[in-house]
Design a protein around this ligand. Structure first.
Ligand code: DGY
Length: 326
């Protein structure tokens, strides 16, 4: 019997391809060349399944050209590249990769918050430019982290893991805002208190965004929200581009409306808003919050195992539209 045909859309570790090879006829892209929409649609139309990176659109237009397609398995936890209702209509199973990246991503969110508050990259750039000639008392004075108030917007698994680092490791007071309030035992484990969005923005010294992207969450932080924040506060976005209005943020940073920002995600990745690039008080990283080899391998293997479980056993490990399997 012929094997199902799948595409692995970008470069992955060789052990992922070796894991898939016995089960599938695999088209891979180890050259890591991004596809145009036309190339992507044409390629996907030839496949039974796909291991996607969280960036390839799987929407009504693409799905209409892919009647053979049965499943798309994202290796990311974020799945804003999927139009899940459209996939459900087309009876295409959607999966993502939760849990495997939680602690690694929380480590990074915390590191980015620390780097932003303590002006670490600004100091490094100063040294590399050859500008360091003498020590000064108020050199790169940053914001305190320990004992301050940490505001987390989006209190899913990653938000909770960041809260624990802040509360237990750094003695921070943790406030959070989320679509729904956590169960009391989860709040207690994170030592976190639920507050309104406005209260969080007004009281937090460090705001960390971990909100999943949706149309409703677009520009969760724009000019009105930035205006509520303290002039000494920092803002960190490890959620998704589009959660923050990057132009409004650049303006707030330039005008000293907030002290600094740390950004791992951007509205038009891989392009960064030109005004943000001009700001000295922003730490920029290229969407790497989950990027350790162990974690990225774990994410890819989970996506691979979703594909294998689906074609072998008619089930998946982390479904986004379980009704398609019912
Ligand atoms: C995720 O898993 O959503 C990360 O942002 C990597 O895309």
């Amino acid at each position: 019997m012929s094997k199902p045909k799948i595409v692995v859309t970008r470069h992955v570790y060789p052990e992922v391809l070796a894991h898939l090879a016995p089960h599938f006829e695999v088209t891979h892209n180890q050259a890591d060349k991004p596809y145009s929409l036309e190339e992507w649609t044409a390629l996907l139309s030839q496949q039974d399944g796909a291991l996607t990176m969280g960036i390839e659109p799987v929407n009504e237009q693409v799905l209409s050209a892919c009647p053979q397609l049965r499943i798309c398995a994202n290796l990311s936890v974020g799945y804003n590249n999927f139009d899940v209702p459209a996939m459900t209509r087309h009876k295409v199973v959607a999966t993502n990769a939760p849990d495997v990246l939680t602690e690694t991503t929380a480590d990074f969110g915390f590191a980015l918050m620390m780097a932003t508050a303590r002006r670490i990259t600004e100091g490094e750039h100063y040294i590399r430019r050859g500008d360091w000639h003498q020590w000064k008392l108020d050199f790169f004075c940053g914001a305190e982290v320990h004992g301050t108030t940490l505001g987390i917007m989006g209190m899913g698994r990653i938000g909770q893991a960041i809260a624990k680092r802040g509360a237990h490791g750094f003695g921070m007071k943790v406030v959070y805002h989320n679509r729904s309030r956590l169960a009391p035992e989860l709040e207690a484990a994170c030592k976190a208190s639920y507050v309104s969005k406005a209260e969080l923005l007004q009281t937090a010294d460090h705001v960390v965004l971990v909100v999943p992207y949706s149309k409703e969450a677009h520009h969760t932080i724009g000019a009105p929200e930035l205006a509520l924040m303290k002039p000494t506060a920092t803002l960190v976005n490890i959620a998704r581009g589009g959660i923050v209005d990057d132009a409004a943020l650049a303006q707030a940073l330039q005008q000293g409306q907030i002290a600094a920002a740390g950004l791992d995600v951007f509205e038009r990745e891989p392009q960064v808003h030109p005004e943000l690039l001009k700001c000295h008080n922003v730490v920029l990283t290229p969407h790497i919050a989950s990027s350790t080899r162990a974690t990225r391998l774990g994410m890819a293997m989970l996506a691979a195992n979703n594909l294998i479980a689906f074609f072998k056993e008619g089930r998946v490990l982390t479904p986004l539209n379980p009704e398609v399997l019912a």
